[in-house]
Design a binder for this molecule. Sequence first.
Ligand code: NAI
Ligand code: MG
Length: 477
Amino acid sequence: MQNRLIIDGAAVPAASGQTFPTLNPATGETLTEVARAGAEDVERAVAAARAAMDKGPWASMDGAARGQLLWKLGERMLAETQALAELETRDSGKTIRDTSGGDVPGAARCFQYFAGWADKIQGDVNPVSGPFLNYTRREPVGVVGAVIPWNFPILMAAWKLGPALAAGNTVVLKPAEQTPLTAIRLGELALEVGFPPGVVNVLPGFGEEAGAALVRHPGVNKIAFTGSTEVGKLIQREAAATLKRVTLELGGKSPNIVFADADLEQAVRGALTGIFYNQGQVCTAGSRLLLERSVHDAFLAKLLDGASKMQPGDPLSPKSRMGPLVSQQQLERVLGYVAKGKAEGARLEVGGERVGDKGYFVPPTVFTGVRNDMTIAREEIFGPVLSVIPFDDVAEATRIANDTIYGLAAAVWTRDIGKAHAVAHAIQAGTVWVNTYMNSQNASPFGGYKQSGVGRELGSSFIEHYTELKSVWVRMG
Ligand code: NAI
Ligand code: MG
């Protein structure tokens, strides 16, 4: 059988022998069966990761050699871009345009970015008093349990594996149950390019089974999680029992603020990308569009025109800009929020109904007349649903923007450079875009304020989260 677990350098069935289906969201049909990891498999994978951490080739490998393996993995992925992209599209419903042009090459470049870091993780010599030499070492945290979501499956795998491996850790990766296939393939490719057994383990399975067992396991030193705020909180509580290190990338309700003096054409494009890219299944989605009242109507007309041209279609067609939502459950969630928006008095301008009866397609959906205390302005919908909220001045825009439990991202559109920076500083969010939306590159740190997360990924900030800092004292004479 294909689609097995990757444990200790081998593809193996689950100890229980169980499998689970993964679906194609464009059709709702079963794509294939996948081995279903349980607690016993977590036991085996953590033991393998521990052993690889403590002895064997990985433990004695220097940073340059780790970097070469990471670089090769990136190269191997680039060579297989089309196949990986098709696999990702079939399993997740993401468009082939995005997977082949964004996710897969982006994941490969993430490995290559971290390849460059692997031999540049260094300590300091500290200016202590007395006849002592004091220096610090950056040592790997140990075994990292990585739990990732379904909205960017291969990219999130790279965001977790890249930094963890660059810093010398070993990893047990649990992909989302909706989208396990590219993570398994990535595990196979890691073995093919020469990562030693036990360094990269992949456990497809369910959150409450494999995920929870990983979070509880005393042999796991750190959990790196991306997903819902609800599960993030659960993980932080569970991890407290063994004081694991935890980094969390969680939800958002990001404000996209358009001032009247902005380049409105550009801002419309930014607003469309901000909420409809990946069917709105993006943690940084610009789901609250804050419009200065004087341009509200003119902007809205352009926005609705743009939205009407973005109908979802077959994700395998290179022409499609939007695909289906990932699952029946997500479809129901999103339509549930549409119903709530209507019930609470927001005006549905466009969209809001499922397209067809096969697959989980929802078109661009826009609500106007939204108040920031409505459910559709407060909760993460994770679908192509935009809430438009008018405002009158900078102070009001900033107040509404920050009136949320989240703090992942925000954008400001204006030609006034002073206003742009002032608002960028005033907003409580881990990323602020000015006259652009959704940019993300490996060199720039990513993460959330408030209930959007703990810690930062990418950039140099990974060093803090994937290493322990050791202080060494030496008496001189
Ligand atoms: P989720 O948070 O349940 O799933 C994310 C990952 O966590 C998956 O791998 C899942 O198997 C795992 N998981 C679930 N329960 C776990 C547990 N008790 N212990 C350990 N691991 C566990 O998200 P779900 O249910 O797929 O989506 C629900 C909502 O969450 C979405 O509608 C969206 O609002 C939000 N979400 C946010 C994401 C983000 O990037 N911020 C990504 C995915 C979902
Ligand atoms: Mg699937």
